[in-house]
Design a binder for this molecule. Structure first.
Ligand SMILES: *Cc1c(COP(=O)(O)O)cnc(C)c1O
Length: 379
């Protein structure tokens, strides 16, 4: 079999979904399975549905098309599909044909979807996203009711509910303040529009901790879950969620070179191979920073820390591990991809601010990772 390859254990995805679906059901919360990290793969979607997800969500129209074109045995035609970000206006026609629901924040998007839905003779559901502090997306809370009222004036679209997205762009942790506000806004919108909302979408996998621990989840009745179903981890802590499997995706790679080398390159090199001008001294760490994805380590609060990768190997070594590692200890936020190639830096490097790097945790092992979508569609 070719390498690198990603081995996907669908049973683990189904198990993770079933476990969270059951746990959340006791709180009155449904699960929408988010497939974007698997590029809308029908078999991954089918595993989520088998585990009890009530619908599927994806952030790319192409992925929704893939789900809609899937074997009906895997993704039945009546499964609700949600576009979990605002479509570009030029995509409106495709969106109303492929998706049941869109998450929307702008009047112009509503106009485009409503016009497209009328042209296509369908009715499209919208969930209005409200900004509650993470600054990733959403209409300001004070404008929500007006926007909600305006949905009713547009034939072609129907107000299904409201939602929010936290711990994504800025790492703002979902807690009682934001979630309480979401519930209050749901009541206000219902009062203003004189109709019940069928969706109050409380966020992504980062909201799990709050939903499962809160005394009262208020009006929240849905979560959009990707990372927790796929990787079994909580994006806030990068730790496994209790009883979930973390072995659904195993990247298998072959080691092609293992050499002990100095951390500093030598010879003339004004530019990096990627064409960007070279900054800094070309240390192992700066090489790591220049990596186009996963080069930043996100703390639960969203601030960026630069830390030496956990490694006890000589500086300059590139490690590759083929299984059993937790791939998402550092990586991009929001479950859209993960992974870093880790160059080993000396154990006790000092950061540029002169602070010592955090201690190496013995359970962390280096892994060469790559974005799921690159692995799933090798070129
Ligand atoms: C990706 C995404 C999700 C799922 O996030 P996970 O952290 O993978 O659970 C939910 N909502 C939106 C809007 C997203 O973009």
């Amino acid at each position: 079999m070719s390498a690198p390859r990603l081995e996907v254990e669908l049973g683990a995805v189904a198990h993770n979904t079933r476990t969270l679906v059951d746990r959340l059901a006791s709180r009155g919360v449904r699960v929408v399975g988010v497939t974007k990290a698997a590029l809308g793969r029908p078999d991954v979607a089918a595993a989520m549905l088998a585990g009890g997800a009530v619908g599927l969500g994806d952030s790319r129209v192409e992925n929704l098309a893939r789900l809609r074109a899937a074997d009906p045995g895997q993704v039945p035609p009546d499964v609700p599909l949600t576009l979990i970000r605002s479509p570009m206006p030029s995509q409106a026609d495709d969106v109303v044909c492929l998706a049941t629901t869109s998450l929307v924040t702008e009047r112009r998007t509503l106009d485009a979807l409503a016009a497209a839905a009328e042209r296509r003779g369908v009715r499209h559901d919208v969930v209005l996203m409200v900004e509650l502090g993470d600054l990733r997306e959403g209409v300001p809370a004070e404008d929500l009711v007006d926007l909600a009222r305006s949905v009713g004036r547009r034939p072609g679209v129907r107000l299904a509910g409201i939602g929010t997205n936290l711990a994504c762009q800025s790492g703002v942790v979902p807690g009682p303040r934001a979630m309480g506000e979401l519930s209050r806004l749901a009541e206000q919108v219902e009062a203003a529009c004189r109709r019940p909302l069928t969706v109050v979408s409380g966020g992504n996998s980062a909201s799990l901790g709050w939903v499962l621990g809160a005394d009262d989840v208020g009006r929240v009745d849905e979560l959009r879950l990707g990372e927790s179903l796929l990787l079994g981890t909580d994006p806030l802590t990068r730790r496994p969620v209790e009883d979930l499997r973390t072995d659904a995706f195993v990247l298998v790679a072959e080691v092609i070179e293992v050499q002990v080398k100095p951390a500093q390159p030598w010879g003339r090199s004004p530019r990096r191979p990627t064409g960007t001008p070279r900054r800094g001294g070309g240390t192992a760490r700066s090489a790591r920073r220049s990596w186009p994805w996963g080069a930043r380590t996100w703390t639960p609060t969203g601030s960026r820390r630069r830390r030496a990768p956990p490694c006890s190997a000589p500086a300059g070594t590139i490690w590759c591990s083929t299984s059993g590692t937790s791939p998402s200890r550092s990586g991009t936020s929001c479950g859209s991809g993960w992974g870093t190639a880790r160059w080993c830096a000396p154990r006790r490097r000092r950061s540029s601010a002169g602070r010592p790097s955090p201690p190496v945790r013995p359970h962390e092992r280096p892994v060469v990772g790559t974005r799921l979508d690159r692995v799933l569609t090798p070129t």
